[in-house]
Structures are given as C-alpha cells and as structure tokens.
Design a binder for this molecule. Structure first.
Ligand SMILES: Nc1ncnc2c1ncn2[C@@H]1O[C@H](COP(=O)(O)OP(=O)(O)OP(=O)(O)O)[C@@H](O)[C@H]1O
Ligand SMILES: [Mg+2]
Length: 466
C-alpha cells in the first residue's frame, strides 16, 4: 500500500525506541525520513542548502536544544518549513506555547500513527501552498517590470546589474534616455526589485499638466484651497507612501514648482495647497528625462540644486540602435506577446525580415519596434513575419544604416528627395509626434511644419499630430 514518496521529513527524537518505531511507520506511508537525535543537528543541516525538508517533526524535551527553541530558530532560518511538535498528553499549555514559538501543529503522546500522519500531510500541503504563493509573487514581480529588461547586449547586461544594485538603495535616481528607450520600464523594474515593492508605484508626467494643477496633483490640497476644491485631496506624494514616486519628463517642471519640490525633498514633508500643516512623507523618488538637463541648467530653466538632489545616481539608457542583436531578442519577445490571441499562428521572424530590423536605426527605439511587431503580427498570414509585413521605412532598409533610398534597386535620388523621405520616416517612427521628430532631426517645430506643408501640397493636410 506504499504510495509514491510523500515528502521529506526531518524527525528529531532522543528516545531511540520511539524514533525507530515512528520512522519505520512513516516510511511505510511514503515519507522519506531523516531521523536525528538532536535539534542542533537539524539546525546545522537546514542552515544552508545541504538538506531540504517539507516538514520537521520534533519532540519538545530533549537534551541540549529543546523543541520550543528549535521552533523559534527555524522560524527565522527557514520560515517556509512547517514544524509539527510532539507534546505530552494533556499539556495544552505547552502545545499553545509551541504554536506561539512558531510550530504549525502539535500531536500528543502517546502517538497514534494515523493522527500523526494526518497532521504531517496537512503540514506538507501547507508547505506546497506557501511555495506556490512565493512562485506567484515572483511572477507578479516579473510582470511588474522585474523581468522586462530584455536583451543580452553589453549595454543591457550592465544596465540590469546597475538596476539590481540601485534597487536596494534609497538613493534618488535620474533615468536618461531617448524617447521609447524604456525609461519607465526601468523605473518600474527598480521599484519591483526594491524593498518598497509591496507598496505603490505612482507615476506622473510633469509635462502633462499646467503648473497650478501639477502642484495640487503632487502635494494635494485642502478643502476650499481654490475654486472647485470641494474636498480635501491627498497628493501623489501621500498616495505613494512607503513606495516610489516616478516623476517623468522632470525637465518640463516649471521653475516655481522646482523650488517647492526641492523643499519637499529636503524637509521630507509636504504642505498641501491651501493647508498650513506639514505632512511627513516616506517616498523614494525616481525621475526621467529625454534630454540632458545640463543644458537647461545653463540656460536657467532648471535648478542645479534640484538636479543634484534628483541625480544621486544617473542611469543612461542606450538607444536601441546601439544594442546590437537585442533588436531581435526584443522583436521575438513582442511576437510572443502579440501572438497570444487565439488562432494566431505567428511564431517568429524570417531571416530577411530580421536583417531589415537590424539595419533600421529605430529613432523611436523600443516603442517603435513594439508597434512595428504588433502591426506585422496583425498583417501576416504566415508563421513567420516576412519583409512585406514590415512598415515601408523598415522594409526599404538595405543592410547599411543609411536612410532608405533606391540605391538597393540601383536608382539614385536627389538630396532633397532623400531628405523628404528621411523626415517622413522619422515622423512615422515616432508615431507622428512632430515635437519628437523635430528634436531627433535637429529642426525646430515650425521649420518641420513648413516643410511638411510644402511636401504635402495644397490640398493635403500635413501628416502627424500637432
Ligand atoms: N527592455 C524592454 N523589454 C521589453 N519591453 C520594453 C523594454 N524597453 C521598453 N519596452 C517597451 O517599450 C515601450 C516604451 O517604453 P517606456 O514607456 O518605458 O519608454 P520611455 O523611455 O519612458 O519613453 P518616453 O520617452 O516616450 O516616455 C513600452 O511599451 C515598453 O513596455
Ligand atoms: Mg516614459
């Protein structure tokens, strides 16, 4: 009647006869029993990886370290392993004390093998549930950004190492990188791997709101602070208590607010708009910018003292074009992501399409690649994404990194035409955002707009958002 192994049991009992009797009975029920005479030995062997156990079964009164103390130590050392204690019949107080010391269950002597077996089975089940929960937690952390930093290039390996080291510290981090390089992904990864992971991650783009709204959003406001403030509202600093506040596009923060933010960071407390009381805060600050703030500082648009506060550690995200074959690793990852809908047959990318992906310069970085793969997965009818499923700008890429021309087909074009195509490619790559395209091209917005109008002709509205 022996079932397959039930689990591994460490059994500590100084009475040799009882030890042998129970060990044999439990082995017959499928347990793999490691029988020991002293609690110290169990501790030694469980401290490290030498020995694992699903359950520990221990007597309470033994020479040397007692069962009660063993419970306490194991609770510290291996909290995931449930301990079942053997207590004398009728000594309920001792049993309660053992549970307080961390025991999972108790069985009274004289021991009935059936009752013991039931208690051990329940303990083992409890253990496997705990394992499952831990595994799920890990996975959730992965979804929250912990494992999102795809790529094996030198740059990405260095970045992952840095993220791990930075995560455990409380220092403010400034994340810098071109549009779509994954600044927010990195911020979330830092949070997910930090001791603050169980607490909120709150993100705010400083470019998204006008100054007055930004202030009350960050610091909160009291009732009646301004017209329409009918209720007291806690700010994001308070909402992020115990967690992380991510200030995106920090370079866009208005000067007046920079002063207030600096004060908050120095005093570690906020004063809601219209309020007269300081509220202490416990928040870690991460911020991000797509441009070098040094320039803004020189021009007097960004406070140097605030920059020092935010930039205790700086992380520079490399543009995708400098990450070599990561382009393909990311593309594959996105294929898997988008191919999950039922009925989708796409599994990978054809060699020729991969060559084009490697050749393109990705001005919109990872976001552009992600959009490109999403589109390709939707368009293709085959198992492999082919060249024809890629957007024209990428499809036309020869293996050089020059902008698309007809060179591959043997034709040459005028410089003006080359310029037109390149501008349109960049605009397409950043999803039509003209400000972004102008920045990448080194043009001011108005110039870009004018060119687009010229190219579009009289009836055609220029492409891209305003
Ligand atoms: N290493 C990565 N692995 C997987 N996905 C990534 C990675 N980096 C970025 N992404 C994806 O690319 C897109 C852009 O990332 P994110 O929003 O973090 O960029 P950003 O630098 O904050 O961009 P912006 O400057 O426009 O704010 C997101 O969809 C994100 O999930
Ligand atoms: Mg962002």
């Amino acid at each position: 009647m022996t079932d397959p192994p039930t689990g591994q049991l460490i059994f500590i009992e100084d009475d040799a006869a009882l030890r042998r009797m129970l060990a044999t009975a439990l082995e017959r029920r499928g347990w793999e029993v490691v029988a020991l005479t002293r609690a110290e030995e169990a501790l030694e062997r469980l401290d490290g990886t030498e020995l694992d156990a699903d359950v520990v079964l221990t007597d309470l009164f033994m020479p040397g370290l007692g069962g009660m103390e063993l419970c306490r130590r194991l609770r510290e050392l291996r909290p995931e392993i449930p301990v079942v204690v053997l207590t004398a019949f009728g000594s309920l107080d001792t049993a309660i004390e053992a549970i307080r010391a961390g025991a999972w269950d108790f069985v009274t002597k004289p021991v009935g093998v059936d009752a013991l077996s039931i208690a051990l089975d329940r303990a083992r089940e409890h253990r496997s549930l705990r394992r499952e929960v831990r595994q799920l937690r890990k996975e959730i952390q992965g979804w929250a950004g912990g494992d999102l930093l795809t790529g094996e290039s030198e740059a990405m390996r260095t970045l992952r190492g840095l993220v791990d080291r930075v995560a455990v510290s409380e220092a403010s981090v400034l994340i810098r990188g071109e549009t779509g390089t994954g600044k927010e992904v990195v911020a979330r990864a830092i949070h997910a791997r930090s001791p603050r992971a169980g607490r909120p991650f709150v993100a705010l783009s400083c470019a998204a709101l006008p100054e007055a709204l930004l202030e009350s959003e960050l610091f909160g406001h009291v009732r009646g602070a301004f017209t329409g403030a009918n209720e007291r509202r806690p700010g994001l600093f308070q909402q992020a208590t115990g967690g992380t506040l991510f200030l995106d596009e920090i370079g866009e923060m208005p000067m007046a607010l920079q002063v207030k933010l600096l004060r908050v960071l120095q005093e570690r407390s906020v004063r809601p708009v219209g309020g007269d009381r300081e509220i202490p805060i416990d928040v870690r600050i991460l911020s991000a910018t797509h441009r070098a703030l040094e320039e803004a500082i020189e021009e007097g648009r960004f406070r140097e003292d605030l920059w020092f506060r935010l930039n205790v550690i700086q992380i520079d995200l490399p543009p995708l074009r400098d990450r070599g074959h990561d382009v393909l690793a990311l593309a594959q990852r996105f294929v898997q992501e988008f191919a999950q809908r039922p009925g989708c047959v796409v599994r990978g990318i054809s060699p020729e399409a991969a060559r084009r992906l490697l050749a393109w310069s990705w001005p919109g970085n990872v976001r552009e690649l992600r959009n490109c793969i999403e589109r390709a997965v939707a368009l293709t009818t085959r198992e492999e994404i082919g060249v024809e499923d890629l957007p024209p700008r990428v499809r036309e890429m020869a293996s050089s990194s020059a902008p698309a021309t007809d060179l591959a087909a043997g034709g040459f074009v005028a410089l003006a035409e080359l310029e037109r195509r390149y501008v349109l490619q960049v605009l397409d790559a950043v999803g039509g955002k003209r400000g972004e395209a102008a920045r990448i091209l080194g043009l001011d917005r108005k110039t870009l707009y004018r060119r687009l109008q010229e190219w579009a002709g009289p009836n055609d509205p220029p492409s891209g958002d305003l």
